[in-house]
Write a protein that binds this ligand. Sequence first.
Ligand code: ATP
Ligand code: MG
Length: 176
Amino acid sequence: MTTEKDLRLFFALPCPSTLADAICSWRDTQKFDGRPVAQANLHLTLAFLGSQPASALEELKQLGSHLRADAFTLRLDQLRTIGHGFACLIPSQLPSPLSQLVEQLHAGLSTHGFALDSRPFLPHVTLARDAQTPPTATPPMFDWHVQRFGLFLSEHTPSGVHYREMANWPLATPSA
Ligand code: ATP
Ligand code: MG
């Protein structure tokens, strides 16, 4: 049962604001169908936890602090509609540090008894919701230099959904 104290939590890569600006500027020239996602909300979900008791927060922060992966570049080069009308940017190549990060995270969450969505991990950055018509544009190659990941609280506010960063961790500088 969901109570007032439950927190809606997820691990994600927050999109750096310069890149988010570039992506949203491009999106806004494409006249996408659907509700655009706010620039500040662009992210890539690594694991969605749903409603959790506030007491889970410390355990999740501990878990996040034990994950190890190198920083990497993620090239967002495909546009696709997934689920119920989510227009998304998707990478055609999955960098191995991203796979390593997600594997460790999902394994750690399972070990700690957190139930995860049974669908396989599909990296995506949602640009618009409730799109009736799939976008057909070919996106430019957006290169995202991913240097950290975080744990986020999803909150409803009068101005829309807001993601509050509860903790974040750096990725390691890859050795040459
Ligand atoms: P809202 O649902 O209030 O319109 P939102 O979808 O942005 O807003 P959340 O539902 O809290 O906010 O989701 C946070 C992130 O987790 C989003 O990236 C969302 O796509 C993802 N997410 C939500 N539900 C699931 C799920 N069952 N499996 C995987 N990812 C999910
Ligand atoms: Mg949602």
